[in-house]
Design a binder for this molecule. Sequence first.
Ligand code: ATP
Ligand code: MG
Length: 202
Amino acid sequence: MSSLRRGILGGTFDPPHLGHLVLASNARHALQLDEVWFIPTGDPYRKAGRAISSREERLRLVEAAIAELPWARVSTIELDRDGPTYTTDTLRELAGEGGDWWFILGSDALGDLPHWREPATIVAQVRLALAWRPGSGELEIPQETLRAVPGIESRIDEVEMPLLEISSTDLRERVRDGRPTDFLLTPAVRAVIDELGLYASS
Ligand code: ATP
Ligand code: MG
């Protein structure tokens, strides 16, 4: 049985940016994780209605983002699954790997958790590694989340990181408008965006 401590960072990653990398790095430090697995969402049903880059494109972007990080890897477990992507399915599959797992997330995702499939099961499956993100309210667990998952406080480990007002939404607009993306995402990610011609219109 594995004794590794591992974190899962799920996201649409359209595109991955410094917010994701700083989050992963600080979660790794706070919880002494051996590995962080970046898991791009296959079909992000919570973002239905907006255009999303293809699975292949987002995989290329994540591979570029983490190429230099020996402790990070990408898993296609959600890209390979058909239908809407449910985190609880992913966690059930990964439990077979053994070891200890944390699900790493920003505070906006914690607020959205009540709308995910089986939030109480998710929180029973893994501990949460939570970082605060600007624009998602006070630095406390939202009431709706507390109501949806009673006792969730005891399943959360807080991750310290600087508040970074960086989002994929803003970066897509920057690319579209020809404004700088320097230092907000890595040069390797920007090269893939340009190669694939992503976000030219959105
Ligand atoms: P979009 O604007 O398209 O929603 P995003 O920037 O929110 O993209 P996601 O892929 O939706 O990125 O986020 C994946 C995970 O990373 C979520 O748990 C989210 O809270 C977290 N995250 C993203 N950006 C930051 C940030 N700047 N600080 C802390 N956490 C972040
Ligand atoms: Mg988001």
